[in-house]
Design a protein around this ligand. Structure first.
Ligand code: CMC
Length: 443
């Protein structure tokens, strides 16, 4: 009868070991017993970039990249995008179940209640240069929030944890909007508790002299859906940063700042900006065949195409593509959509892309929508961070409540110098002749 074990023979010693296989994995620590001698440290695994290592057990998000499936707590992403609100999804991610009406009302109240930030945060924002990147401002001010909430250090207190999670989900849009207004030299707009989560964010971004900002319902809905689509994506780079930094038991504001910093990178939260730049560079539908030829020849990549996990159409891209037209109906068409649609059509028929299973990912169409809404490219990762904050916090909570988790501390393979002695600077001869110090000028 088949057994759920793996038998490994160490050819260095001839010894065999039987290791349990659980959930399709072997435990790296089970390899430690495989040693060549008493003083051998034991066998380790080497996996730069964690491409084949599970760092945790999670019950939050499921992805099947080959089939193009993404589910939050078991519910398909397209169903959530169609039927739920972002705050319902945030609740689902954090608590594991969809809220009842009473639970949702209370959650929405809590988030609405915590949207304001201390005036000192606004003043801190004023200290940034006029052209500071909004993602840098968001990352810094989220970290700064930890200094306002010393109670947040008590990460083992479930009530305190929940309070900080409400605060973070609530304050991210406020910080993001303040950063945007600072960039534009406009006064900050304070939260409006009468509006929805997305509607309030739009008001804080775009309100001018009118008494009351009324968000366009189609734009408000689309933004809410975009937040849902970005809310979690299992163990991606920023979530891994959230868990890794959070594992030191630091407060969640500091861990969220680390996650924001990870998201800031062009390989993570910045790809939709690259997709827009690419579409602008192509400039016209007529130039697409030439562009595709260049990509196939190794000159650059088709940005917004391909994914480490999805080897099928990214389910988020399907929803976003449809959403784009709903936004265009409300605010006017972004002409880049015509280039994107034709580019996708040609690429999906081209053997190069078909063979490599390259399909549009979430970033192919999202930037086109953000642009149509009037948002500049450097706000794209900020919008991503607002949506993703619910996922980061759900993962942070799961990590803290997991008895198997400890401070994250990978091993390394040391290939550096063996023991050697310190050489005084006067005795070091590396062929470099230092210039004498420049004489000080006498005034
Ligand atoms: N355009 C052209 N060729 C591509 C592309 C692309 N976008 N992506 C992959 N390839 C080719 C690549 O050249 C390689 O070909 P070959 O086998 O001949 O060398 C093959 O496909 C496999 O590529 P890879 O780099 O090994 O694949 P990966 O899984 O390491 O990379 C990726 C995934 C997302 C980094 C890559 O597809 C890419 O650079 N895409 C463009 C950037 C982009 O859209 N990033 C957003 C990702 S979604 C964000 C999120 O979910 O958080």
């Amino acid at each position: 009868m088949a057994k759920d074990t793996l038998t490994v023979t160490d050819n260095r010693t001839g010894k065999s070991y039987e290791l349990p296989v659980t959930n399709g994995t072997v435990r790296a620590m089970d390899l430690r017993q495989i040693r060549t001698s008493e003083d051998d440290f034991g066998l380790m695994t080497y996996d730069p970039a964690f491409t084949n290592t599970a760092s945790c057990v999670s019950r939050i998000t499921f992805i099947d990249g080959d089939k193009g499936i993404l589910r939050y707590r078991g519910i398909p992403i397209d169903e959530l995008a169609e039927k739920a609100t972002y705050l319902e999804v945030a609740y689902l991610l954090i608590h594991g179940e969809l809220p009842t009406r009473t639970e949702l009302d209370s959650f929405v109240h809590n988030i609405t209640f915590h949207t304001m930030v201390h005036e000192n945060i606004r003043e801190l924002m004023d200290g940034f240069r006029y052209d500071a990147h909004p993602m840098g401002m968001l990352t810094s001010t989220v970290a700064a929030l930890s200094t306002f909430y010393p109670d947040a250090t008590d990460v083992h207190d479930a009530d305190s944890r929940m309070l900080q999670m409400h605060r973070i989900v609530a304050k991210m849009p406020t910080l993001a909007a303040f950063a945007y207004r600072h960039r534009r030299g406009l006064p900050c707009v304070y939260p409006d508790n009468e509006l929805s989560f997305a509607g309030n964010f739009l008001a804080m971004l775009f309100k001018m002299a009118e008494r009351r900002y009324q968000p366009n319902p189609a734009v408000e809905k689309a933004l809410d859906v975009l937040f849902i689509l970005h809310a979690d994506h299992e163990q991606n780079c920023s979530t891994n940063a959230m868990r890794g930094v959070g594992s030191s038991q630091v407060d969640p504001y500091s861990a969220t700042a680390a996650a924001c910093a990870a998201l800031y990178g062009p390989l993570h939260g910045g790809a939709n900006e690259q997709a827009i730049r690419m579409l602008q560079e192509i400039g016209s539908v007529n130039n697409i065949p030439e562009f595709i030829k260049k990509v196939k020849g190794g000159e650059g990549r088709l940005m917004g195409f391909g994914h480490r996990v999805y080897k099928n159409y990214d389910p988020r891209a399907k929803v976003i593509k449809k959403l784009a037209y709903e936004v265009f109906d409300a605010v006017g068409k972004n002409p880049l959509i015509d280039i994107a649609i034709e580019l996708e059509r040609i690429a999906l028929e081209d053997e190069y892309f078909v063979k490599r299973k390259l399909y549009p990912n979430v970033d192919f169409y999202s930037g086109i929508i953000y642009q149509a809404m009037g948002l500049p490219m450097d706000m794209f990762p900020v919008l991503f961070a607002i949506g993703r904050s619910a996922g980061w916090l759900a993962q942070w909570r799961e990590m803290l409540e997991d008895d198997e988790q400890k401070i994250a501390r990978p091993r390394q393979i040391y290939l550096g110098e063996e023991l050697r002695s310190y050489v005084p600077i006067s005795e070091r001869d590396n062929g470099f002749v230092a210039k004498p110090a420049r004489p000080t000028k006498t005034p």
